[in-house]
Ligand binder design. Structure first.
Ligand SMILES: *[C@@H]1O[C@H](CO)[C@@H](O)[C@H](O)[C@H]1NC(C)=O
Ligand SMILES: *[C@@H]1O[C@H](CO)[C@@H](O)[C@H](O)[C@H]1NC(C)=O
Ligand SMILES: *[C@@H]1O[C@H](CO)[C@@H](O)[C@H](O)[C@H]1NC(C)=O
Ligand SMILES: *[C@@H]1O[C@H](CO)[C@@H](O)[C@H](O)[C@H]1NC(C)=O
Ligand SMILES: *[C@@H]1O[C@H](CO)[C@@H](O)[C@H](O)[C@H]1NC(C)=O
Ligand SMILES: *[C@@H]1O[C@H](CO)[C@@H](O)[C@H](O)[C@H]1NC(C)=O
Length: 451
């Protein structure tokens, strides 16, 4: 009988559109979830549970009130409520862990093992977590005007570009400071649940900026580390000094791989193929020089698009984009280089603009994390950083500084209390805007969930 009922339910459900069978308590966003001081999970996004964790705005002075952090959890196919939770730390800074877990829902269990639970979160200020910052307060004309003044292309594209990029940076900080002063949220005094100490350990997987969070956690709470995978490791000391030099070190090696992979792939699979890897590199270098001396106007007359100009910086932006995800992007780059060689520049139009999409949240975290330790404040320091990048990478070195935008921190004054400033040499004591959040978040997770 039970079997029959099940069969009937199955048949009915097959006959119905999936959404008529939606569990009414299932949510597809965070707006309706009530923040709680413990991790109270609500079913969400079909296969997940979500929570908004209430945390103090300032751990050293709880009278400032609280804010909320968005959490998401996925149970591995073989996991139980008691299974260890692996915390995934998103990159960025400014990356969304919620988005990360939603995007990789099908492969996460395969990668780590189906016997675990997976938890991730949006750091403070990012996407579904509270404290959103818009430095230009919705004034898109002002943002665009700033971008035109500042994002002029590769750092040495003209004899004045370095100076223009440096001096225009202060504009960004001034708008951010003003936005923060005028929007500063005053949240109600909150009762904060006391934390009990625990022997629970953190299991986590951190990628890119997430490795900074991981190593910071390990340096603060070495006996609280269960298992930790740090992947795509960022030099944390440099990160906290806003001086990300090591990042460019191996970029030209990655670019060289393009030539050797394209050559081995053969002319059918690589549209930019040549008889030797050296031939491929030499033709790529020719294209760089041609665009440097001769940017190509695209009038837009026929397509009724806005007029534009394809420049050397657009090509550099292509290189940078490509080596972030080389396995996917090498074939795309081969096609574009092939078109360029045939005189068709259209695929590069707007490439540089597409690169400049760094969010205010990301910059707020990056600038706050290096607050009072910023090694990139004077024109001389900026110049030396740029020269270093160029000396290390012929292909990416002159586009990287303007892409990472560390220079925008020069006049950013986050007004952090001392307890939230990273003090001393790399994190002997770290309670910065982002990592304190993340760390607080960790402590909650491992207290309540960890094994
Ligand atoms: C968590 O908090 C909610 C209300 O904020 C409460 O209903 C629930 O019982 C608490 N759960 C635990 C495990 O403390
Ligand atoms: C905490 O902040 C309040 C203002 O919100 C201030 O009056 C109080 O002195 C602060 N306490 C400490 C310990 O800094
Ligand atoms: C933020 O969340 C929305 C869905 O609400 C999603 O479409 C978007 O991609 C997310 N942004 C980031 C940066 O993850
Ligand atoms: C779940 O665990 C069982 C028993 O250990 C194992 O045979 C099975 O392959 C696991 N399934 C997955 C999807 O890992
Ligand atoms: C690359 O190889 C092609 C085919 O042999 C040749 O025509 C071309 O001149 C070479 N280009 C360079 C820059 O070596
Ligand atoms: C900028 O630097 C790159 C990399 O060293 C170099 O190839 C290029 O010629 C330089 N441009 C100018 C205008 O100096």
């Amino acid at each position: 009988m039970k079997r029959l009922v099940n069969a009937l339910i199955l048949l009915t459900s097959l006959g119905c559109k999936a959404d008529t069978w939606r569990d009414p308590s299932m949510v597809y966003g965070f707006d309706t979830i009530k923040p709680s001081a413990n991790l109270t999970w609500t079913p969400c996004f079909d296969d997940f549970t979500c929570s908004r964790l209430e945390v103090p705005l300032d751990y050293s002075n709880r009278s400032f009130g609280t804010t909320s952090i968005a959490f998401i959890k996925l149970a591995g196919k073989n996991a139980t409520a008691e299974s260890p939770s692996i915390v995934l730390n998103p990159g960025g800074p400014g990356g969304s862990g919620v988005d990360l877990l939603l995007t990789y829902r099908t492969v996460t269990g395969q990668m780590f093992g189906e016997q675990y639970n997976f938890v991730s979160f949006d750091p403070r200020g990012v996407n579904h977590s509270d404290l959103s910052l818009d430095c230009f307060s919705g004034n898109s004309k002002a943002r665009l005007a700033f971008s035109r003044l500042h994002s002029t292309g590769a750092t040495n594209i003209s004899t004045t570009s370095l100076e223009e990029q440096y001096y225009s940076s202060s504009i960004y900080g001034e708008w951010c400071n003003d936005a923060v002063d005028n929007e500063s949220p005053h949240e109600a005094e909150a009762k904060v649940a006391g934390q009990s100490p625990s022997d629970a350990k953190l299991w986590c997987y951190g990628i890119s900026y997430g490795t900074v969070i991981g190593s910071t956690f390990a340096s603060m709470f070495p006996d609280r580390v269960g298992r930790m995978i740090l992947d795509g490791v960022v030099n944390a000391e440099q990160y906290y000094n806003n001086d990300w030099r090591d990042n460019v070190d191996q970029m030209d090696e990655a670019m060289k791989k393009f030539s050797s992979f394209c050559h081995s792939a053969g002319p059918e699979k690589c549209s930019f193929w040549g008889p030797t890897p050296g031939n491929i590199t030499a033709r790529m270098d020719d294209i760089i020089h041609q665009l440097q001396n001769h940017p190509v106007p695209v009038s837009g007359v026929r397509s009724r698009d806005l007029p534009t100009m394809v420049t050397y910086s657009d090509l550099k932006a292509l290189f940078l984009n490509t080596i972030y995800t080389p396995l996917e992007e090498f074939p795309v780059m081969a096609d574009i280089l092939h078109q360029l060689e045939c005189g068709d520049v259209s695929a590069l139009a707007g490439m540089l603009d597409g690169l400049n999409s760094i969010s205010d949240a990301r910059l707020a975290i990056q600038c706050a994390d290096s607050y009072r330790r910023n090694r990139l404040t004077t024109m001389e320091e900026f110049k030396s950083y740029v020269e270093y990048s160029i000396s290390k990478s012929k292909y990416i070195g002159d586009i990287y500084p303007i892409y990472q935008e560390n220079i925008l921190c020069i006049s950013f004054r986050p007004q952090l209390p001392d307890s939230m400033v990273v003090q001393g040499r790399y994190p002997t004591f770290c309670l910065s805007l982002s990592c304190s959040l993340s760390l607080s978040v960790f402590s909650k997770i491992y207290l309540r969930e960890g094994k």
